[in-house]
Design a protein around this ligand. Structure first.
Ligand code: CP
Ligand code: NVA
Length: 310
């Protein structure tokens, strides 16, 4: 996607619908050619710095392997080992890293911090999850649905659970491809209204609808895909007991998915807690695409990397 060269990826709100659709199509293409053993070495000699303030399995490994498959190198750095971990400023860090690297992927506690890093870095910054967004996940989610359902436009996806980073990026991404999206959260755990308002404008332009509700049955009704994330995100561990109670009626189980289309896809960004946000019978059942979805992180990451750093 040539218009993305040198750009940051902080949130898909900064991208056009054509760019998001292009990234999804490119992911699928890269998946096919990677499996054929002919993935082009588009990033030969390039190094991506990967900074993590939080745990990760999929994001870390898919970015590192993705760089590898494109002929470049991914370099893992835990924030606590860098001098930012003992107070070096984001401003100085951004300038110093810009002298060594071709791009930075960062998983951070605070989206504001990532914005500041991007502001002062002269190289592209890619968001690998913050408190508000998880755009790379959403691209892999769209690819997974597109591969299995064909056209995304006009489909309906239901997200049931916490109005968190994954929910925000899923809503924005769905809006960009004209997919209807319904989000059901408990009262007090709704998505950020400013994010939803911006996504509404994108959805309207692409002919799709965003439904915000507290009723999981309303959200899941006739859905083509049903999506879950954890009830307690990284950094919210002290709220876990309260959240377990507050989300009890929002478990995705056989009774709830009976309202979806019979051939619905179950999706989860992972890691998952079986018998909390999703029943084992659903996540390990015939409608679950979770491992394909996790694998697609690799191809979606390559589409992002090839477009931005290529
Ligand atoms: N889905 C996701 O981002 O997984 P990790 O936390 O393992 O990177
Ligand atoms: N909402 C979860 C997603 C993990 C990939 C978290 O932020 O911990």
């Amino acid at each position: 996607v040539s218009s993305l060269k040198g750009k940051d990826l902080l949130t898909l709100l900064d991208y056009t619908s054509e760019e998001v659709q292009g990234l999804v199509a490119l992911s699928t293409q890269l998946k096919i050619i990677t499996k054929e053993g002919t993935c082009p070495k588009l990033l030969e000699g390039k190094t991506l710095g990967m900074i993590f303030e939080k745990h990760s399995t999929r994001t870390r490994i898919s970015f590192e392997v993705g760089m590898n498959q494109l002929g470049g190198k991914g370099m893992f750095m835990h924030a606590r080992d860098l001098q930012i971990g003992r107070g070096e400023s984001i401003y100085d860090t951004a300038h110093v890293l810009s002298g060594y690297l071709d791009g930075i992927m960062i998983r951070a506690n605070s989206h504001a911090m990532v914005k500041e890093l991007a502001k002062h870095a002269s190289i592209p910054v890619i968001n690998g999850l913050t408190d508000i967004y998880h755009p790379c996940q959403a691209l892999a989610d769209l690819e997974t649905i597109a591969e299995n359902k064909g056209e995304l436009k006009g489909l309906k996806i239901a997200y049931v659970g916490d109005g968190n980073n994954v929910a925000h990026s899923l809503v924005v991404a769905s809006a960009h491809v004209g997919m209807h999206v319904a989000v059901a959260t408990p009262i007090g755990y709704e998505c950020d209204t400013a994010v939803i308002a911006k996504a509404q404008a994108i959805a309207a332009a692409n002919g799709s609808m965003i439904t915000i509700t507290n009723d999981p049955v309303e959200a899941v009704k006739d859905a083509d895909a049903v999506y879950a994330d954890v009830w307690t995100s990284m950094g919210q561990e002290e709220e876990a007991a309260k959240r377990l109670q507050d989300f009890a009626a929002y478990q995705i189980n056989d009774e709830l998915v009976a309202h979806a289309k019979p051939d619905y896809m179950f999706l989860h960004c992972l890691p998952a807690h079986r018998e909390e946000e999703v029943a084992t019978s659903v996540i390990d059942g015939p409608n679950s695409y979770i491992f394909e979805q996790a694998e697609n992180r690799l191809h979606a990451q390559k589409a992002v990397l090839a477009s931005i750093l290529g």
